[in-house]
Design a protein around this ligand. Sequence first.
Ligand SMILES: NC(=O)c1ccc[n+]([C@@H]2O[C@H](COP(=O)([O-])OP(=O)(O)OC[C@H]3O[C@@H](n4cnc5c(N)ncnc54)[C@H](O)[C@@H]3O)[C@@H](O)[C@H]2O)c1
Length: 247
Amino acid sequence: MKPLENKIALVTGAARGIGQAIAVQLASDGADLALCDVKIEWLDDTAAKVKALGRRVETYAMNVADAAAVGEAVAKVAADFGRIDVLVNNAGITRDTLLIRMSEEDWDAVLDINLKGAFLVTKAVVKHMMKQRAGAIVNIASVVGIMGNAGQANYTASKAGLIALTKTTAKELGSRNVRVNAVAPGFIRTAMTDKLPEAAKEAMLRMVPLGRPGEPEDVAKAVAFLASDNAAYVNGQTLAVCGGMVW
Ligand SMILES: NC(=O)c1ccc[n+]([C@@H]2O[C@H](COP(=O)([O-])OP(=O)(O)OC[C@H]3O[C@@H](n4cnc5c(N)ncnc54)[C@H](O)[C@@H]3O)[C@@H](O)[C@H]2O)c1
């Protein structure tokens, strides 16, 4: 039996990058997938990859920062699949610049999607998990939420907040058998990091003892572990997947 056989998993920001790799990993571990992203048509590529693994997949338009859109999409997922066993709060953005130049709009956009988004989706999904008296939530934080990073005041604050949200929800939901953990990726090769200047990429790589950037699949394997019963006694933790960049 596969570790997530017949579990229902909801992944936000599943259209590409780490979110897509997570969806594919959960499907190859036996889960059926509810894929969410801002535009439903962006999810076609991920949906095809999940389907090719023989699992059920449905797609949903969901801007995680919009409470009404979150409520509507989560209600549809619950109606379509009948339950939600795993939630991965992966949707996230960057708007990098030094604090002195950062606009209020850049601050709000990042906090709204990366932190408030996880709060809204968690709140909508845990209603179902609490009734089921079972569930696993994995929040995608970042190593920079632990160590800080010049040029990312908004992003680092959002990810540090997400780590604190992970610990608090783990404390609130443990008695209902709902576990909440975070994965903190380091420097991972995706569209988000492709746009960084070469000098910034080289500086990041110098901090990685393994000497290579991570792949989305490296993150996805850690998420799949935390989502499964193999991690049945792991709760409230943040697992850094960063080649040894931080601990
Ligand atoms: N790439 C890295 O090195 C790295 C490192 C640490 C953490 N992370 C985190 O991993 C997660 C995925 O990052 P990625 O590198 O795959 O990024 P990405 O930009 O390739 O993908 C992000 C996905 O989120 C979706 N998204 C953006 N705003 C959304 C919203 N409001 N509602 C719903 N979906 C939305 C995008 O459409 C996209 O599909 C993010 O939370 C990011 O902060 C990435």
